[in-house]
Write a protein that binds this ligand. Sequence first.
Ligand SMILES: [Mg+2]
Length: 413
Amino acid sequence: MSIDRVDVSITSPGRNFVTLKITTSDGLVGWGDATLNGRELSVASYLRDHVASTLVGRDEDRIEDTWQYLYRAPYWRRGPVTMAAIAAVDMALWDIKAKKAGVPLYQLLGGASRDALRVYVHASGADYASLKDAVSAYVDAGVTAVRVQTGIPGLGQIYGVASNKPGAKYDYEPAKRAADGSSAARPAEEAWDTRKYLAHMPGVFSRLREDFGTDLRILHDGHHRMSPIEAARFARDVEPYDLFWLEDCTPGEDQTALRTVRQYSTTPLAIGEVFNSIYDYQTLITERLIDYVRSAVTHTGGVTAMKKLLDFAAIYGIKSGMHGPTDISPVGMAAALHLGLALHNFGIQEYMPHNDATLDVFRTSYVYDRGFLHPGDAPGLGVELDESAADAFEYTKAYLPVNRLLDGTMHDW
Ligand SMILES: [Mg+2]
């Protein structure tokens, strides 16, 4: 058998997803997620215009060799577009291999290391009262870990805070279309002030501990907005509230920034959703500057590359915390779940449920139950794209917001 067809589709059931379909000469189909939020067409082009023809005729069983072929052969390496494209091919080939074997993918990765995957969900509120309501609803539903983001007095809409009305279904989606649902012409702009944030947030964690006790795992995302010394102060200030992790506290490019944070605090650190290669972690892992790896299978070269990265992390006692909001398609989510179930050093899985339209387009077999996910036991990844349902949702350009300081200076979003 060999690879016979390579097709790329873009669907937009509320947000954009890029999906790769690989078909073998005897009709087996594998799916891969190639979604890069706000830059979807670039990955689609990379796959259609530069990768597809080179795969036709190759042995679909040679997953490692195909990974190396796509990584080394073009000379230009790494980068989010390239690595998302490689990830999609890799996922699709693992999907095919597991379907041929008639087993769920996790069985080919070593089998289950646990019964199910503990997830964390996103709770937010413009003020403390609404945040508390959101956290309470999750705790009542059996969730054991929540990422909390809240509005900061004196600032408007900021990252991570859903703007929907109390009681409405949580549907925070930062990549914005135009108000009428048509393509956005340019990104929305938000305003930021780190001093206000540093002054406000520790009190929020204090109140959460008073209201919810010590068992609840509380996570928080700094979204790359603090300088090393600001992050060190913040991590030290919140130490009494026992965060499960502080995520992305400093800009992602500077691995050595976290040395400063580590010097002053024992708050566990997580980083990596904007990384796309094992080399982005070389210093972070070997110097034990982080506790959790935040990369997505979708953005980091697929199951093959993520398994190597997380095996490397395991040597240093570092665990997985794979990226999993709605900019990961159900195909990418399934890949993370199979890998997470098989890894010994699984830590926690981010989970933000997709909307109903997305789950009509992508037929999933993973199962959520009271704070835990399981990939299911369908052969392969266990997700199938309904192509006619997907065709009903045309690509709609959407941008992540940009962020400025109060004096107008561009800042990290
Ligand atoms: Mg994050």
